[in-house]
Ligand binder design. Structure first.
Ligand SMILES: *[C@@H]1O[C@H](CO)[C@@H](O)[C@H](O)[C@H]1NC(C)=O
Ligand SMILES: *[C@@H]1O[C@H](CO)[C@@H](O)[C@H](O)[C@H]1NC(C)=O
Length: 209
């Protein structure tokens, strides 16, 4: 990489800070060099993911989003405070519905702001095709949907995304209120384990409990 990547640089610094902290925190001696290498040294990389989510809302003939709960205030609050939705949206490579299917976006969204459309997001991106087939990435955060671009934290994952951290930018690619069909665009910068499936976990020490 000839170009200096500020995100990679920041993550490298974070990584070093975490490693140093771990060494000081360990009461039974520092972790072996192998452990630090597994998490940070060359195996953890940053990747930019870009995909679309097909949001077929209530009212769409093939809806994949449903309201599961509401509060006494929901019908009278202008921002539908307390409304909780569960979703299982198709995740695609391109914006078209029949674009290559990469996985599902599953989780809960809650209208959690009394005076704005501020949505508490709890989403799992479950990939069943492509480079990250079998891995999951989780995001959690506040989504003010009236903003043009919304930033959400990546809080973890499974498979290649074990220990993942990063952020997602969500924008609305298209929205058709008549058919209740929205397409959401996601750009995610996240760490991942570039040596996933290479038996590295065998080297990690077991802690005394
Ligand atoms: C709904 O799903 C059916 C079956 O997959 C499909 O044939 C139809 O085109 C879909 N309708 C819309 C509006 O997407
Ligand atoms: C994804 O991985 C599963 C399990 O290894 C495999 O069965 C499936 O064929 C893969 N899907 C694609 C599209 O490669």
């Amino acid at each position: 990489m000839a170009k200096l990547n500020p995100i990679a640089l920041t993550l490298t610094i974070l990584c070093l800070l975490v490693s140093t902290h771990d060494v000081h925190a360990a009461r039974h001696g520092p972790p072996s060099a192998a452990v630090e290498d597994d998490i940070c040294g060359g195996k953890e990389k940053v990747v930019k993911l870009h995909f679309y989510v097909q949001d077929l809302r209530i009212g769409h003939v093939n809806a994949t989003v449903f309201e599961v709960a509401k509060a006494s205030i929901t019908p009278t609050n202008p921002f539908a405070f307390g409304s909780v939705h569960v979703l299982d949206d198709l995740l695609t490579e391109g914006p078209a519905y029949n674009s290559r299917a990469l996985g599902r976006t599953q989780g809960l969204t809650t209208n959690a702001d009394l005076s704005a459309f501020g949505i508490a997001m709890n989403l799992n991106f479950y990939f069943y095709a492509g480079r990250f087939n079998g891995s999951q990435l989780s995001i959690l955060g506040r989504n003010q949907v009236t903003d043009a671009a919304r930033e959400l934290p990546v809080v973890g994952g499974t498979g290649a995304f074990r220990y993942a951290r990063g952020y997602a930018i969500q924008t609305t690619y298209s929205m058709d209120p008549v058919s209740s069909y929205a397409v959401l665009e996601y750009t995610i910068y996240t760490t991942y384990n570039s040596k996933f499936n290479s038996e590295i976990d065998d080297e990690i020490e077991t802690a005394e409990m």
